[in-house]
Design a protein around this ligand. Sequence first.
Ligand SMILES: Nc1nc2c(ncn2[C@@H]2O[C@H](COP(=O)(O)OP(=O)(O)OP(=O)(O)O)[C@@H](O)[C@H]2O)c(=O)[nH]1
Ligand SMILES: [Mg+2]
Length: 250
Amino acid sequence: MHSDLTVIIPTFNEEENIERMIVTVDAICRSHEIAEEILVVDDSSNDHTVTIVRKLMEVYPFLHLLIRTRNPGLSPSLYDGINHARSDLIQCIDCDFSHPPEKIPIFYHLLKNEGFDMVIGSRYVPGGEVINWPLMRRMLSSGAALLGRLLIPHIKDSGSGFFAINRCILEETLLSPRGFRMGFEILGKAHWKRVQEIPIVFKDREFGQSKLKGRIIYDFLVQCCSILHYNFIALKNDNIIRAWKIFLFR
Ligand SMILES: Nc1nc2c(ncn2[C@@H]2O[C@H](COP(=O)(O)OP(=O)(O)OP(=O)(O)O)[C@@H](O)[C@H]2O)c(=O)[nH]1
Ligand SMILES: [Mg+2]
């Protein structure tokens, strides 16, 4: 079955959100005449997430499920999802409604009709915002965004999990997915030329539990080192220099 866009939804224990998210994504894509594949990438949830998805698969032929049993984590799950996607245009979105699914057609339009390689839903461009986050969470996220800007300065929210790519930018790219920032990994290593940020209002989850752990800071620092190594020692790409040129001369 042909699909224009693969929407990857990573899940770990999202029984309170998964059905509503699948139904919402489908309704939005349908109303914009986007033939979507929805790919749920689950890390062996121990609640009813998988049962719910399996039940919905009987009704939605374009809904697919990938169950992972090794190397758990958000970025490794998105990486596997990208490798299993049936479309060249790929959208990643959290399951907990922190990311507004109604923006998916804008991402799709920018990739498909405007020729962007990557589109990022950004909390830190004008019009973007975070609602209901405690101070500590805000400070950690802003700190990570600032560190991200040292490497990729023209992108304000390189850590956003709400992003879309044209898969062709990953050709001849060696990603080392870890932690929560898959978009940053792609910005640091893939062959993009045109990246666009669009503002999003990020809302804290209403249902289910956060999977964020303290280790995420360590993972991010290792990821920064890996991107620096990829650019300046392995010389596999020059994304950091290119990003600085765009930032300084645009
Ligand atoms: N497959 C998979 N998905 C995960 C994993 N950790 C988190 N997720 C999913 O990734 C998305 C983001 O995770 P969240 O726990 O919401 O992380 P967050 O948005 O930074 O934190 P909160 O909104 O406070 O919960 C959700 O859809 C989760 O179900 C994981 O280890 N594997
Ligand atoms: Mg969340």
